[in-house]
Write a protein that binds this ligand. Structure first.
Ligand code: SF4
Length: 237
């Protein structure tokens, strides 16, 4: 979907979030700063002027079968949330599904993954079991017409299906994520993008991954990430 950019709005989000994120990464640490940033992310989306056009509702789960990319900071925050908040049996179910999905997706490139529906391990009884800690990709995925999401689910090979988005929600969420990512990169942290199941599985099997990340080294020994440039970042240059 083509959108017309609201450049002053995007620049405002980029500047505000980048400055706040820089301060918080320095003062509170990167994972805590990310968790604070998540609340501002939700608030920005909630105040977007076209929020009411969204068709997304609790219990609608088509997009929870699509490929989700995450950064390392999200992986460690999600694992903290799971360990802190979910009962033992649910954790065991989630970690088993993470493992199975990771094995199924291993060796696939981005295009192959996009053509494959995989139920998210956090989807349980039609709800997101980590809603508060869900990835940035999920926070930013919105549609104004459920039919497009359903069509993508039913025809995953057809990458021409392009669900309709709300332009201001899209710009608010995208610019927010780009600003936080830039602040992490400026501070020297890994900002590569990883497939969520593979990254979670690797973090679970590499106990030193979080320490490496916090020491500003590559977090995962057995997983290579992609350096994906932010869509809105260049506007700030
Ligand atoms: S993390 Fe939650 S919102 Fe995101 S795909 Fe999984 S179940 Fe859906």
């Amino acid at each position: 979907m083509e959108i017309s950019l609201d450049v002053p709005f995007v620049l405002g989000v980029l500047a505000e979030e980048h400055s706040r994120a820089q301060d918080e990464i320095r003062d509170a640490g990167v994972v805590r700063a990310y968790e604070n940033s998540r609340q501002r992310h939700d608030a920005r989306i909630a105040s977007a002027p076209d929020l009411s056009t969204l068709a997304c509702r609790a219990g609608c789960t088509w997009c929870c079968h699509f490929s989700v990319d995450v950064r390392a900071v999200e992986v460690f925050s999600i694992l903290d949330f799971v360990e802190r908040s979910l009962p033992t049996e649910e954790k065991a179910r989630i970690y088993a599904e993470v493992r199975a999905n990771s094995v199924a997706l291993q060796g696939m490139d981005d295009m192959e993954r996009m053509r494959r529906n995989v139920k998210c391990p956090f989807l349980s009884a039609g709800r997101c079991s980590i809603y508060e800690a869900r990835p940035q990709t999920c926070r930013n995925y919105h549609a104004t017409d459920v039919a497009g999401c359903q069509q993508s689910y039913e025809d995953p090979d057809n990458l021409d299906i392009d669900p309709e988005f709300a332009p201001m929600v899209y710009q608010a969420g995208g610019a927010h994520v780009d600003a936080f990512t830039r602040a992490m990169r400026d501070a020297g942290y890994d900002t590569n993008v990883y497939e969520m199941n593979c990254a979670l599985d690797t973090a679970l099997s590499e106990p030193d991954a979080r320490k490496r990340f916090e020491q500003k080294r590559a977090p995962f020994k057995k997983l290579a990430g992609d350096d994906v440039p932010g869509e809105f970042e260049d506007l700030a240059d």
